[in-house]
Ligand binder design. Sequence first.
Ligand code: PMP
Length: 358
Amino acid sequence: MNRVRPSSPRLANIEPYDPKYLPAENLLSANENPHDIDRPMRQAIIKAIRRVPFNRYPDPLANELRGLIAETNGLEPNQVLMGNGGDELLLDVALAWGGNGRKMLNLPPTFSVYETNAVLSGTEVVSIPRKPDFSIDEDAVLERVGEGDIDYVMVASPNNPSGGLAEEEFLLKLLDSTDALVMVDEAYFEFSRRTMRPYLASHQNLLILRTFSKAFSLAGVRVGYLLGDPMVIREIIKVRQPYSVDVISQIVARIIYENRSRFEKEMLSIIDERERMYEAMKTLPSVTVFPSEANYLLFKVKRADELWQYLYDQGILVRNLSHSPGLEQCLRVSVGLEAQNDAFLTALRSFILSKDAE
Ligand code: PMP
C-alpha cells in the first residue's frame, strides 16, 4: 500500500474526542435533558419538515431563528450567530481570535474542547488552574491578563465539570481590565439562571455561548448560538462553515424555541432534583460533592475507577474524569429522571457503605 505522509504536527498530542458513551439503562454521563421533546412539538416538527425542499441549500445564517433569539434577548439579529452545536462555535472563536503567535487564557479543569481548539488553531495556551474547590483564581487571572498579551479568555459559567459559576463581579472586572475577547460559556444558563447578557451593551469584548443541547433537549440535533457585538460576530462569520446549520436543524430549533415556555417545568424539576441529589450525597462518608448551578454534580471519592465500574454494572453510566489533570478521583453525574437519580443514589450509597466497612 502506498503510504501517506504524517498529519500536521499540531495533532501529535491530541486524542480524538471520546464522550465515553456506552449503552446503559440510566444515561447520566453527558449532561443531557433526560426528557425528550413532547409529542405535540415532535408532530409540529414532522409537519414542518414534510414541506422542506431538500434540494436547496439552507439559509447560511438561519435568519429566522437568529431573529427570534435576538428579539428574545433584546438584541439585533447581527448580534447573534447560530452554529452546529456550541462545539462548532467554540472552534470558530479559536480560529477567529487565536492562531499563530496568539494566546488563549484557560482556567482548567474546565471543558476540554477549549484547549483542543486552541492547539488545533496554533494558539498558545496559557493556563491559570482553578483553586482546590474549583473556584477561579481571580487575582491570578486579572494579573495575567494585565500583561496585555492574551487574545481571548474562555470562562465556562457554570463550569463543566465542576458546576460552579464565575462571580459576576469578577467577570466585570475582567471585561473592564482587558481588550481580550472574553467568552463566557453559558451552555448551562437555563439551569443557573444567571447571565452576563446585560453587559453586552457596554462591552464589545464580551461574547456569550448558549446551546439547545441541554435545557432544550436537542443534544442530538446540534444547534448552539453566540451573543455578541456585531463586529465580533462578523469576524466569526468569516471563519465559519457557511452551511453548518442544516435546514432540518433550523426548523427543529425554531419550533423548540417558539415553545420554550413548555420546558420551564422540566428545568425547575431538574434543579430540584440536583439539590436533592446534592443533599443526599453530602451526607455520605468519604464523598466530597461540589455545589452546582448546572444539571450535573461533580464528586470525589476514594476509589473512583472501582465506583465507576460498580455503577456501570448496575446499569448507571456516569462520567469518569478521574484520569484528567486536576480531577483525580472525580466522577460527574448528570441529573436524570427521579427514578434514575434514585437508582444512582442507592448504588452510590451501597458502594460507599460497603467499602467503608472493609
Ligand atoms: N460548553 C460546555 C461547557 C459544554 O459542557 C458543552 C457540551 N458538553 C458545550 C459547550 C457544547 O455543547 P453542544 O456542542 O452540544 O452545543
